[in-house]
Design a protein around this ligand. Structure first.
Ligand SMILES: CC(C)[C@H](C(=O)O)[C@@H](O)C(=O)O
Ligand code: SF4
Length: 460
């Protein structure tokens, strides 16, 4: 018998039907948000199809919601209409909504993980590319398109191609001031943005074994930027400790028993790439895709392989940078701590640790948007909110906010934002806005200095 990876075992358990190169998998949890679901509900209504199992779906408004304190929805009538349609669709079909004022509210991927809705071995889908985040819990989780959302609503199952499972091994210990965000930026920089296309990734190696859950969420979140359908970390004691804080003892025991059964004969995925992050410096993206990554105390590259030259020049022109330019000379006007990549309590702690005792530079507008209400609440209780606000950060309500800037939290044209989010495409944070992706610690240090900065510049 050929060996089976953890991912294969999850796929096998969920398979309802096989049709040549395609599998029909049962969906354990379907997460919906207001942007990718309206047409799906319309498709269902047009064909008079009911939702097959509303109890296995949950809807959370996050992308277009205002983040202004005491918000109730959106100030923009079009966005408000989207929120209203979303609520109506959920109520009409009997799907639970986690509304803005719920203790469980947050960005979809943050909310469903911290409220204990996601378990190892589950198949989880959402009309959102960063659903890979939930692979941190050992779930097989990926983003689907709107017509697939309709299909899942109608059948509680999803078609997926048979795909190879590959190991992505990470070794070494990052250097001072560097963490999981720097690691995943480096991984994206070293492998191509298409490295994961057509593959299911299993993270492995000594670095991964030692990561916290917060770090795992960051890593799996950004695996979407490698083009992978899914990326996960098979469950270990770290996973179970996280779940123990969120599940009743009975549910926890049930989930553990099911996982033990599932994983009895699994073997590690064959390693397709190894990235060594020993001594890694904090990373920052300088261009317009995830291969444009460098040490924050380093320089923009001076040359690239010929086949990348055009993209390189276009990225430099868009970002207003020159080959060989020192990144620590690049001034920023905005600093954003938030998103499903780095909007968790650990991320806010990391930012607060850097800014404590310092002031945000007068030339910078620095904003914290917690990933969820729980994160916001905990930050308040721990005094982290006070540290950040005391240093000059603006404090907002949870949501996607400037990560994708479709809720009004737009970065103006020509202005530069150092951001703890995950995408740096042209116009991602607003038409003509320039994005530098970094860790929360680097965002915090840059907010203080007014230019891209190594956290050590501020803390040492
Ligand atoms: C709006 C949504 C469909 C989109 C996604 O799929 O990822 C967004 O979350 C993003 O990060 O670009
Ligand atoms: S925070 Fe950003 S990456 Fe995450 S779901 Fe929202 S828009 Fe997408």
């Amino acid at each position: 018998m050929s060996s089976t990876t953890y991912t294969d075992a999850v796929v096998d358990r969920a398979t309802r039907h096989r049709d040549g190169p395609r599998l029909l998998l049962s969906v354990d949890l379907h997460v919906l948000h207001e942007v990718s679901s309206p047409q799906a509900f319309t498709m269902l209504a047009d064909r008079a199809l009911p939702v097959r199992d509303p109890s296995r779906s949950v809807g959370i408004p996050d992308h277009v919601v205002s983040t202004v304190p005491r918000r109730t929805g959106s100030d923009d009538p079009r966005a408000q209409r989207m929120l209203d349609v979303f609520s109506t669709n959920l109520a009409r079909t009997g799907i639970e909504e986690i509304p803005l004022d719920s203790a469980d509210h947050g960005i979809v991927h943050v909310s469903v993980s911290e409220s204990g809705r996601v378990l190892p071995g589950q198949v989880v889908v959402c009309g959102d590319s960063h659903t890979t985040t939930l692979g941190a819990l050992g779930a097989l989780a990926w983003g689907i398109g709107t017509s697939e959302v309709a299909h899942v609503l109608a059948t509680q199952a999803v078609w997926t191609p048979v795909q190879p499972v590959v190991g992505l091994r990470v070794t070494g210990t990052p250097g001072p001031g560097a963490g999981a965000k720097d690691v995943v930026l480096r991984v994206c920089g070293e492998l191509s943005p298409r490295w994961g296309v057509g593959r299911r990734i299993e993270w492995s190696g000594p670095y991964i074994d030692g990561t916290s859950m917060a770090e795992r969420f960051t890593l799996c979140n950004m695996a979407a930027e490698l083009g992978a359908r899914s990326a996960l970390i098979p469950p270990d004691e770290t996973t179970w400790e996280y779940l123990a804080q969120r599940l009743t003892p009975e549910r926890l025991a049930g989930a553990r028993a099911a996982t033990e059964e599932l994983t009895r004969a699994v073997t590690a995925a064959p390693v397709a790439a190894t990235v060594d992050v020993d001594g890694l410096a904090p990373q920052v993206s300088w261009g317009t895709n995830l291969s444009h990554v460098a040490d924050v105390d380093g320089r923009v590259p001076t040359s690239v392989p010929d086949d990348q030259r055009r993209a390189f020049e276009a990225a430099l022109a868009y970002a207003g940078l020159a080959p060989g330019q020192e990144l620590s000379s690049v001034e920023v006007q905005h600093a954003f701590v938030g998103s499903c990549t780095n909007g968790r309590i650990e991320d806010l702690r990391a930012a607060a640790a850097v800014v404590a005792g310092h002031r945000v530079a007068p030339s910078v507008r620095a904003v914290v948007v917690p990933g969820s209400r729980r994160v916001a609440q905990q930050a308040q209780e721990e005094g982290i909110r006070d540290v950040l606000v005391g240093a000059g950060f603006l404090w907002r309500e949870p949501g996607c906010s400037s990560c994708v800037a479709i809720n009004g939290d737009t970065i103006p044209r020509g202005e530069r934002c150092v951001s703890s989010s995950n995408r740096n495409f042209e116009g991602r944070q607003g038409a003509g806005a320039i994005t530098h992706l970094a860790s929360p610690a680097t965002v915090a240090a840059s907010a203080i200095t007014g230019r891209l900065a190594h956290p050590g510049e501020v803390t040492r």
